[in-house]
Each structure stands twice: as C-alpha cells, then as structure tokens.
Design a protein around this ligand. Structure first.
Ligand code: SR1
Ligand code: MG
Length: 400
C-alpha cells in the first residue's frame, strides 16, 4: 500500500489507468499538472484515443501559496470529497461528479470541466451569464436549507457538525478575513499608494465593532453546512451550465457567509470593470448587469429557500411561529451583506488578492478600483445590521 506523497504526473497516469471502467484498455494517457489555486495539486488526464478525460485533485500538506512553512491538514481532502458528494445529491448538476476518493493520497478523482471556464476569468473577459443567478440561488437554497435545523433531522445535524469540523481551514478565514485587514500583519499585502485607506481600516471603531460581531457569527453560528470559500474562482461556468468546485473550507457556519462570498466577488469584478477600455455605455451596461445579478441571486434564493421551508420544514415551532420566517430571512440578508463587505476588504489589503483588480496595469486606475472596493466593503459592514432590503446594497454600491 502506498503512503502519502505528492504525486508526479506519471504516477497520476498510473492511478488513472486503474480507475475501474473509466478509460478503455487501449487508452493513451497524458497528464498535466494545472493547479493555479492557493493550496493543491490538480492533474488533468486525457486519453487521446477515446477523448475521455478526468481531473485528480491532491491536497498538499502545506499552503502552496505561502510554502512549506505554513502546514495544512490533509483532512481537508476528505471534507472536500464528502461535501462534493453531498452537494451532488442536494443540488444535482451544479457540482462536478466525484468518481473516487483515496484517503491515503488525499486524492479526489472527478469530472473534467474543461469545457467550462473559471467564472472570475469569464467575468474579467466581459462575458455575461444570464442563467447564473438561477443556478447559484438553487445551489445555495438547497445546500443551506437541507443541512440546517430547518430542513434535516436535528440529531443527525449535530453528527454532521462533528464530521465537518474544519479547524485549520476555519483559522485561515478567521485570520485572513476577520483579523489581519484591521491590524498590522505580515499576512497583509497592501499597495503603498493605498496605505492611507488601509490605515483608515485600522482606526475605524464602528467598523471594528461590526467585524467583531461578524467574526463571532463565523466562530459560533453552526447554521448550515457551508461551502466556505464560494468566490468566483470556485465556480466553473459556461452559458448554460454552472458547477461549484473546491469546497475544502466546508464547515457548519452562518448561511450569509456563502451568499455574501458570491456577492462580494461580483462586486470586486464591478470595481475592476470600472476601467475597461470599452466605451462608457458598454461598461455601464455590464456593471448594471452585475448589480441585477446580485438582486436576482438574493430574491431567487429567498423565494426558493422559503418554498423548501414550506414543503420540507422539520421544526414545528419554526414552521408555525408567526413572524419567525420573516425574522430568519432578514437576519440571513443582514449577515449576507456584512460578510460580503468583509470578503471585499480582505481581497484588497489581505494576503490573497483577486485578478479582477490586480490585473489592471495602470497603477492609478488600479488604486482607484481598490479604493472603491474598500469603500463599498466598509459601508456594507458598518450598515449590515440595519439593512432591510437587497436594494440598499445597490444604493451603497452606486453611491461609492
Ligand atoms: C492561504 S489560502 C488563501 C485563500 O485562498 C483560498 O481560496 C481562501 O479564500 C483562502 O483565504
Ligand atoms: Mg479554493
């Protein structure tokens, strides 16, 4: 039996050859390591004879983005494969199919989605995805409702909380999102030209209070099984298909953290789109489409979640108490807004940035986009607990 070690491309081919009934006996396999994320190896294996292909994702025992000095549990590969398989049942067609999981090698073998593109790249190139709001709202409503105390056996849910305990990956989020941006930290990555804006984050008492409250929710509110890192780099997309990937940060947390992650990353693209070479009318049309998508995601999520609650709610009092559903949905909205703000700010001053903004070559234009993202993020956080409607988010975006 082999022990854990990072695979070579040849070893990945040998494993692929032995996957039952996938490649034909006369397959001529080739392999390329294509991982461009922060944490893992990703092997793309293709058969030039049948045209069939698959992906193998292997966790490394450290954070690739930093190096071996930042050790990281391999258990995240188990969490990712189990979460992907659960998502496949709860939101069919919206995640890649898992063919096999090897716990020794921390290796997940799954469907190749090379006919899709990473959504962040698609948005940067100016593509529109009119079906996305419908797809992602279904993914969110189904995965969040059916893993919550509203939609599953509440004793079974406690066992799932235990199964998906993910302390090391949560610690990354606690540090990078809910601490570092608001203090002086070696983890931060701040352009000198916006140091004044970063300093303002460190001295804003009202902001710190709200971030502390959001952090507390992240630490304690085991509301539903989250994806945990639902940015546009965790989504493969094409016009008629959306596939959510990479749930290695999965854990039981507040629903708004997943919904807010999607919204934050659409808004980061919005800030980055401000400075295209496109003409003004095209640029504004694209930006308005991003805002319409955000409204549509929230409204469709809201309606789908309530429909699931109506049809499948398991908690008698939660089902029947007058005003409880309205109370619940309002708090999910407010959490969504607050977490969206926190996720925007971390991508400007924190460790890991986003290409939507960093790819802007002109420094003055890039810095203006960074400032806009920080301003929107700050206002979303400071106002989150008083928000009553998704349209208030739109007003905040347009006034910055
Ligand atoms: C050290 S990992 C940096 C970031 O990459 C992942 O995608 C998460 O967003 C994490 O915060
Ligand atoms: Mg990832």
């Amino acid at each position: 039996m082999s022990t854990y070690h990072p695979l070579t491309e040849q070893e990945a081919i040998n494993i692929a050859r032995n996957i039952e009934q996938f490649f034909p006996a006369d397959a001529s396999l080739s392999c390329k390591e294509i991982g461009d994320g922060n944490l893992n190896l990703v092997f793309h294996i293709t058969d030039s004879v049948s045209g069939k292909s698959l992906i193998m994702k292997q966790a490394l025992p450290y954070a690739k983005v930093v190096g071996e000095s930042w050790p990281l549990t391999l258990d995240r590969a188990r969490i990712e494969s189990e979460k992907l398989m659960l998502e496949g049942k709860l939101a069919p067609g919206l995640v890649p199919q898992v063919y096999q999981y090897d716990p020794v090698l921390s290796l997940t073998v799954m469907e190749d989605l090379s006919d899709h593109v990473i959504m962040r790249r698609g948005l940067i190139e100016g593509n529109e995805y009119p079906l996305f709001a419908g797809h992602i709202s279904t993914f969110l409503a189904n995965t969040l409702f059916f893993t919550s105390d509203l939609g599953m056996n509440q004793q079974e849910k406690k066992l799932q909380v235990k199964n998906f305990i993910n302390p090391e990956l949560c610690k990354i989020t606690e540090d990078l999102i809910f601490d570092d941006p608001y203090t002086v930290s070696d983890n931060n990555n701040i352009e000198a030209a916006i140091e004044d804006a970063a300093a303002a984050l460190r001295s804003n008492d009202a902001l710190h209070l709200e971030v502390a409250i959001l952090r507390e929710k992240f630490l304690t509110k085991a509301e539903a099984l989250l994806h945990g890192d639902l940015h546009t780099g965790s989504i493969f997309i094409k016009k008629d298909s959306t596939k959510v990937i990479d749930p290695e940060f999965a854990f039981y947390g507040p629903m708004g953290f997943d919904i807010g992650a999607i919204i934050a990353n659409l808004l980061l693209n919005y800030a980055g789109q401000a400075f295209w070479t496109k003409d003004d009318a095209d640029r504004e049309a694209f930006r308005n489409e991003l805002l319409n998508t955000i409204v549509s995601i929230w409204e469709q999520f809201h309606d789908k979640f309530l429909a699931l609650w109506e049809a499948h709610g398991v908690d008698r009092l939660a089902n029947e108490a007058k005003g409880y559903k309205e109370y619940y949905m309002k708090h999910v909205l407010q959490d969504t807004i607050g977490f969206a703000g926190a996720k925007m700010i971390r991508r400007i001053v924190g460790l890991a940035h986003v290409a939507d903004i960093d790819r802007i070559e002109d420094a003055a234009i890039r810095n203006a986009a960074q400032r806009q993202a920080l301003n929107i993020g700050t206002e979303l956080i400071v106002r989150n607990r008083s928000i009553q409607s998704i349209y208030e988010l739109i007003d905040i975006v347009k006034s910055n």
